[in-house]
Design a protein around this ligand. Sequence first.
Ligand code: ATP
Ligand code: MG
Length: 200
Amino acid sequence: MGGTFNPIHLGHLMLAECAREELLLEEVWFIPTGCSYMKTERQNGTGAMPSPRQRLEMTELALKSNKRFCCLDIEINREGSTYSYETLEELGRLYPGHRFYFILGADCLYTIDSWREPARIFAACDIVAAVRGDSPLEEMEAEAARLREKYGARITLLPFRNLEISSTEIRERVRNGKGIRYMTPENVIAYIEEKGFYCE
Ligand code: ATP
Ligand code: MG
């Protein structure tokens, strides 16, 4: 499961657990992005924003209590922009006996075609896309069918609850002096407070 994880929150954790349970996955590996080419400079470690390494640290804190979850630093250690296809191909080389499933939120199913080298992404992994209330199943089925047809993609749609929580909301709440308790684990909140992230 890739993401900016700025910061990680219960939506990410519940989606990972749901995918693990439904697809009988051995483990879920969280891979925080490096300097994502899709996010703005503000998100890449300036001002009160965490650096890639600090986003990884927050993610590690959140995963501590689940031995089937772990966090990889392969994207944050790569120079320059990081692309999902490179990461997935690297995982394939490093772990040739493994089968990889790329866990995504519904929003990503609609944009993945415009990511760098989509054909190589689909060749390197199976896609697991969360179906949520705000993205109707029929629309997602149609998009999945289109991607299967165009790329031979292997895509599983995963029914998932509508959990209205995003990293954007957490950052905004902190900026506005509001609490974020129960939106992300306590140890992540403590780390955010200690470092003064998102306050500006
Ligand atoms: P931001 O608000 O900064 O865009 P985000 O909350 O969307 O952050 P990301 O790190 O961008 O988090 O997302 C990583 C992955 O988790 C993506 O595939 C995204 O679709 C998925 N995701 C994020 N929030 C949720 C949620 N509440 N429910 C299900 N999936 C989610
Ligand atoms: Mg997002």
